[in-house]
Ligand binder design. Sequence first.
Ligand code: PGA
Length: 256
Amino acid sequence: MNQRYRKTVIAGNWKMNKTPAEARALIEELKASVSRVKWCEIVLCVPFVDIPAALKATKGFRASIGAQNMHYEKSGAYTGEISAQMLAELGVKYVIIGHSERRQYFAETDVTVNKKIHAALDAGLRPIVCVGESLQQREQGVTLEFIRQQVKIALGGVEPSAVKRIIIAYEPIWAIGTGKTATADQAEEVCGWIRDCIRELYGARIARAVTIQYGGSMNAGNAAELLSKLDVDGGLIGGASLKAPDFAAIINAANQ
Ligand code: PGA
C-alpha cells in the first residue's frame, strides 16, 4: 500500500453466494466486527438480487456496494443481462469486470472487457478489472507479457482523466479458490508491473494514483504481509469475504 498516492480498496467478491436475507445477516455481522475503516474503502460485490438488501443494510456503514458483472450495451434484446445504468440507478458504485470465472465459463474476452469498462465509466461506475495468468502461463515464463496484453487491451481508448477511476485486480488464476496464495513478492512483482504498464500508457502521475489489488486466496492470515507491499493497494477477496471475522481481519490489516 502507498496511501500517500492512492486509496486502499478491500473488496469482497461474494460470487454466487447468499440470498438477500443471508446477505443482510452477513453485513450485520460484519458491521459488528469491523473496528476501523479510516484508511481504506470497503466494497461488497454481491449477487444482483442482493443489491437492494445490501444497500439498505450498509446505510451508515462505510462500505460501498458493487456488482460482479454487467452488459456493455445500454439496453436491448439481451435476455438475462443487466446494464451499467440499471446498477448505477440502484446506488451501486463498483462493478467487477473480466473475472477469470467469467472469462472461463461465460466466454468473456479482453475485447468485451474493454467494452464493459467504457460502459461502466460512462454510467459513473468504478470498474474493478481482473487480470491474471494461468498456472501454465506462469510455468512457461510468459506471465508479465500476458498481463501487459490484458491491461493494454482493457484500457484501450480510456481517457487519461478516467484511468484513476479504474481499479485493476491482479488475480493469478492458479490462486483463486485454491488456497494457494501468491507470495507477497510474486504479488508485488506483478502489481508493480501493472503499474509500469499504466505508466507506459499514461505517464507516472496517473500510474501512481491507480489502485491495484491482489486477489487469490487472500485471507486473515496472509493479508497483512500482502498489503505491506508498496504496489499492493488492497484485495479482491472471495472465500474469506463470506466469513465476517475473516473479512473484518483483512479490513483491519489494511488499517494498520
Ligand atoms: P478467493 O477468490 O479469495 O476465494 O481465492 C478471489 C476471487 O475470485 O476474486
